[in-house]
Write a protein that binds this ligand. Structure first.
Ligand SMILES: Cc1ncc(COP(=O)(O)O)c(C=O)c1O
Length: 485
């Protein structure tokens, strides 16, 4: 039974969906960033039972899509400063439509030969975009978490031959080293690889939130003496909390001295590695054996698009090539490149199209200019916080994350616990009002307002607006506290 619509009707449906996207973008300036509905109101339109006979697509578009738009937090908005989420791009919207239209499986060359070549080129371009070593291998994956998992899988297999076949049981524990600021997906990856999270050594950071390299090397030595097998050092190129970039040169040196794999989590920051005003921070990145990169963050590609880069193709192939009679993989055939031999999935979306189109249309210069712009805006905002009497900066603005807190200029002294409570309330109130959205974190035990900018639509109007908004909310909260007190 053919499910296709008549061509004219399909054209009208495409146009109805396009109009909905267009009006979403046209209404961005008026829209709240977060929504104000209760969980029950969000759930209500979707609570129906399994449709047996279905519904007209025009009705689904008309009756459900507005509710989905209405009840979504708009990271596409220029007033979104939460987590590390980009605004996506209109080129990405086109690419996703085309990709769904073609619906190829990019796992095998003979199923998607153009897609295979587009992805190979995309991996090469991404390596160049961040100044990584030439000849690197890589694969597009769902995001930074998966990219880290892939890289650590390759690291484990290269550094501990035999583990693939025999597992870890009975052998010496494999240990890895990363700062306490390292993203939780590294712990998840370590657990998924069967390495055991207690073998991930969490090394303290200094006041600048960069890993203490001397301490890290001490831990490596101690583990060797204890009969364990250190195998990997993980450097951060842009931590999720504050954007700190570890001393990658020093970490590469330690890795070299001890014969360890050097992995860099650049999911957030690596995209800035060749941007003026930031490139110095990333010296040493080119020495990494693997890098996790996230085009769906600072490169403005819509979700999902991550990239695992490794020093050579063979290491990736070694981890992922399996033979099965019916598959006849040719992952090392230069002319007929089978992606299934480089990745976990056997059914793979053509996600390279949106990354490739992004680079093809905007070019590296424009995308790097977006990053440079974001860096400058957030450094300026950091200066404004420094100059203000009622805000306090709590970490250096290394990249585009500003960690700060509201400290009322009321004359009375605020103890740490009250400031924590006040700033936590400020975050809740900001999310509830929905004009701007920022999230918080904790640094040195203190509750922190954390504003992160990886969005090409944001200008100084919004960064200034954010500070003014937080100040107004802070004053309101303090006034109501004082009334109660
Ligand atoms: C440093 C770092 N690594 C890894 C990740 C995980 O990436 P993703 O959310 O794309 O899985 C993030 C996400 O913010 C991150 O900031």
């Amino acid at each position: 039974m053919n499910l296709d619509f008549e061509p004219e009707r399909f054209r009208r449906l495409l146009s109805q969906a396009s109009e909905q996207v267009l009006s979403l973008y046209a209404s961005l300036p008026r829209r709240r960033v977060t929504h104000a509905s209760s969980p029950r109101a969000v759930a209500e339109p979707f609570a129906g039972s399994l449709p047996e006979t279905g519904m007209e697509p025009e009705t689904v578009l008309r009756d459900f899509i507005p509710a989905i738009f209405e009840h979504s937090t708009l990271n596409i908005s220029p007033r979104f400063f939460a987590y590390i989420m980009s605004g996506g791009s209109q080129v990405g919207i086109l690419a996703d439509l085309l990709c769904a239209g073609l619906n190829v499986n990019s796992a095998k060359w003979h199923l998607a030969s153009a897609a295979a070549e587009v992805e190979r080129t995309t991996v090469r371009w991404l390596g160049e975009f961040i100044g990584y070593r030439s000849g690197a291998g890589g694969a597009l994956v769902s995001g930074g978490s998966e990219a880290n998992l892939y890289c650590l899988r390759v690291a484990r297999d290269v550094q501990a031959p035999g583990v693939r076949e025999h597992g870890l049981a009975g052998g010496r524990a494999l240990t890895l080293y990363a700062s306490t600021e390292t993203h939780s997906c590294v712990t998840k990856s370590v657990e998924m690889l069967g390495l055991g999270s207690k073998h991930l050594r969490r090394v303290p950071v200094g006041a600048d939130f960069r890993v203490d390299v001397a301490r890290l090397e001490q831990e490596v030595r101690r583990d060797v003496e204890a009969g364990l097998t250190p195998f990997c050092i993980i450097g951060n190129a842009g931590t999720v909390n504050s954007g700190a970039v570890d001393d990658l040169v020093a970490l590469a040196d330690v890795a070299e001295r001890h014969g360890l794999w050097f992995h860099v989590d650049g999911a957030y920051g690596a995209a800035a590695a060749r941007v003026d005003g930031a490139r110095e921070l990333f010296r040493g990145l080119e020495r990494a054996d693997s890098v996790a990169l996230d085009p769906h963050k600072w490169m403005q590609v819509p979700f999902e698009a991550g990239c695992a880069l490794v020093r050579d193709w063979d290491s990736l192939r070694h981890a992922f090539t399996y033979s099965a009679a019916y598959l006849r993989a040719r992952s090392d055939n230069e002319e007929r490149w089978d992606w299934m031999g480089h990745t976990f999935q056997l059914s793979r979306a053509f996600r390279a199209l949106k990354v490739w189109m992004q680079l093809q249309v905007y070019g590296s210069r424009k995308l790097q200019a977006v990053i440079a712009d974001n860096l400058q805006l957030m450094r300026q905002l950091g200066d404004e916080v420094d100059a203000a009497r009622d805000f306090e900066r709590l970490a250096p603005v290394t990249l585009s994350i500003l960690c700060f807190r509201y400290v009322p200029a009321t004359g009375r002294t605020w103890d740490e616990a009250s400031l924590d409570r006040l700033n936590a309330r400020l975050l809740e109130e900001c999310e509830r009002r929905g004009q701007f959205f920022i999230t918080g974190t904790s640094l040195g035990g203190r509750t922190v307002l954390r504003a992160c900018l990886v969005n090409h639509r944001t200008t100084q109007a919004e960064t200034r607006g954010l500070l003014a908004h937080l100040r107004a909310l802070g004053e309101e909260l303090v006034a109501s506290w004082e009334r109660v007190a």
